[in-house]
Ligand binder design. Structure first.
Ligand code: ADP
Length: 230
C-alpha cells in the first residue's frame, strides 16, 4: 500500500453484544479491518452473522461495546453524539437494499436534500445533483418521482444521494438484493465507477458472490471476527 495514503476506515477490536435473556449474544468479538481510499470491499457472510451490525457500527449509527472506530483518522469512541452525527453527515454515505427515497420529491430533489441540510446553497446543490444523476445515466429522469422510476433507477438515485456530500466512505447493505440480475449488474457497475472516480472507500454487504468477486477484497464474519477471503 502506498505510504502516503491514509486509511478511511479503521476498526480495531470492535465488540458488539446484544442482551439475550439473562445473558448476552456477542455478535462482534474483536473485529479488525482497515479500508483504504479507492477500495471496494465485499462483506460476504450468512444471514445473522452480523453484517448489518458491522455496517451500522462503521457508519456510526450504532455504538460498539468495545474497541475503536476511526473515520478519516478520527477516533470516534469518545465523541459526543453530536460529533458523531456531524462526522457521519460529512463523511459517510449509505445505500440500503430498499432505496428509502422521499416519495413526494423528484430524483433531483432527493439528491439535493442532503446537500442543503449540510449547508450548500440551492443552486450549488442542484448543480451537483444534476451532475451526479447525469453521471449515473439518469439525466432524462431528474424530474421523475421515485414511483415513476424502475427499481434500478431508484437505486441509482439512492446512490447519487449517498455520495451527494462527497463522503469518504460508502457503506451499502445488500444494495442490489432487491434487483433482477441484469439490473443488479448495472447498479453495481455504477457504484464501482463512482468508487474509482472519486477515490472513496466502499464496504458492500452482499450475498452475490459474482459481484463480490469483482471487488478489490472480500471479507467474511467468522465467530464475530472479520476474516479476509482470498
Ligand atoms: P446480518 O446482517 O449478517 O444478517 P445482523 O447484523 O442483522 O446480521 O444480526 C446479527 C445478529 O444479531 C442476529 O442474530 C440478530 O438477531 C442479532 N441482532 C441484531 N440487532 C439486534 C438488536 N438490536 N437486539 C438484539 N439482537 C440483535
Amino acid at each position: 500500500m502506498n505510504e502516503t495514503l491514509k486509511p478511511i476506515l479503521t476498526l480495531s477490536r470492535v465488540v458488539r453484544r446484544y442482551k439475550e435473556g439473562d445473558g448476552f449474544l456477542e455478535i462482534l468479538r474483536g473485529a479488525d479491518v482497515t479500508l483504504w481510499p479507492g477500495q471496494a470491499v465485499a462483506l460476504v457472510a450468512p444471514s445473522g452473522a452480523g453484517k448489518s451490525t458491522l455496517l451500522h457500527i462503521a457508519g456510526l449509527l450504532e455504538k460498539a461495546d468495545g474497541g475503536e472506530v476511526e473515520i478519516d483518522g478520527h477516533p470516534t469512541s469518545t465523541m459526543s453524539d453530536a460529533q458523531r452525527t456531524a462526522l457521519r453527515r460529512d463523511r459517510i454515505g449509505f445505500v440500503y437494499q430498499f432505496h428509502h427515497l422521499l416519495p413526494e420529491f423528484t430524483a433531483l430533489e432527493n439528491v439535493m436534500t442532503p446537500q442543503m441540510i449540510a449547508g450548500l446553497s440551492k443552486v450549488e446543490a442542484k448543480r451537483r445533483a444534476a451532475e451526479l444523476l447525469d453521471y449515473l445515466g439518469l439525466a432524462a429522469r431528474v424530474t421523475h418521482r421515485p414511483s415513476q422510476l424502475s427499481g434500478g433507477e431508484q437505486q441509482r438515485v439512492a446512490i447519487a444521494r449517498a455520495v451527494a456530500n462527497a463522503p469518504s466512505l460508502l457503506l451499502a447493505d445488500e444494495p442490489t438484493g432487491n434487483l433482477d440480475p441484469e439490473t443488479a449488474d448495472r447498479v453495481f457497475a455504477a457504484m464501482m465507477s463512482l468508487v474509482r472516480a472519486t477515490g472513496l472507500a466502499a464496504l458492500f454487504a452482499t450475498h452475490n458472490l459474482d459481484l463480490a468477486a469483482r471487488m478489490d477484497r472480500r471479507l467474511t464474519l467468522r465467530n464475530g471476527l472479520l476474516v479476509e477471503l482470498q
